[in-house]
Design a protein around this ligand. Sequence first.
Ligand code: CAA
Length: 381
Amino acid sequence: MDLELTEAQRGARDTARRFARERLERVGVEIDRTHQFPAAAVAELGQLGMLGVFIPEQYGGAGLDNVAYALVVEELSVECASTGVIVSAHSSLGSWPILGTGTEDQKNRYLPKMATGEALGCFALTEPQAGSDAAGQKTRAVRDGDSYVINGTKNFITNGPEAAIAIVFAMTAAEKGNHGISAFIVETATPGFAVTRIEDKMGINGSHSAQLAFSEMRVPRENLLLKEGEGFKIAMKTLDGGRIGIAAQAIGIARASLEASLKYAQQRQAFGRPIANNQAIQWKLADMAVEIDAARLLALQAATLKDAGKSCTKQSAMAKLFAAETAMKAATEAVQIHGGYGYTKEFKVERYFRDAKITEIYEGTSEIQRLVISSQVLQNR
Ligand code: CAA
């Protein structure tokens, strides 16, 4: 693995860092309070090419790679973890299935709009009774002439209310288990598509997690991805990439926690000197710094494998697991370092603590990541 970033990767990172500092710092605070989707900031990210980082130029994207994408999501998440996951779910979960498995016609029809942000994407896999057990799909798609008729309910869909394009998973042959699941590109303006609920969450308040209901929703046959029965593998491959995005988001939250802690620990006086002079605080800061760098190395390792067209199942699960736990630990320590102030909404570390928690849950809980990693290491014995 080459640890040196290319000029293009550095350029993408620096642009995202500048944008985050100039535009997202205030947005991050505001949308946590208002629960508003940051529409203006997302539109500007589209203009900057940040919604199509790894989409090739021929489909209107920035033509960069997954390393650049991970760096961009990290930078955005330092100031606003909601914006980080909006970009990540749109890119890894919404656009990638079309880029990675779509036909030339599907790519030409959808990717240019998605790369600019004209059409936001979402990924509709999770159901009320199918979370970790993603194969337990109850949504049904029945072939009828040149279309499929889809009925069912999806839960916790990031970007659900704002998306123009949804990647929808449904059973076309329930008796075949995971081999009976198919994946469809669905335009959310299709009659029968409805947003039936928006969750009131603990954190990442500017990113909406929605329940979607499909009622006699007719989707043209040409919007099937690959073949009938390929849906579960498409979902798993998509999540291999999605977990890199969530790892990057978690690294951003952890970095924000460390940066706030460094500042506060040097300003706050106790017993006549800055609390940063105490070894108890210094060790916390050291652990946070080490774990953040280690998490980034894991995320960039997974991104490098993905860019090389190699399997990154184990590495992206490792990156997501370690980065999520790093974010939760860093945010917890940041609150501790801030003491009573850290428990108030006056300090951002309170938000980091709430935002960090979800990284251990979505796109596969930490328990599921350990399952994926152990099955990979056992296979490779
Ligand atoms: N790439 C390609 N194929 C894969 C794969 C991968 N990464 N992982 C598994 N497969 C294939 C297997 O090879 C196997 O193929 P065969 O049946 O042909 O042999 C098939 O898929 C089934 O594999 P498993 O037996 O391992 O499947 P399982 O049912 O035991 O489940 C699991 C595996 C890892 C637990 C999986 O269900 C999983 O990842 N669950 C978590 C789901 C998840 O992350 N959900 C989050 C949804 S997105 C979200 O959070 C919302 C949002 O908007 C942010």
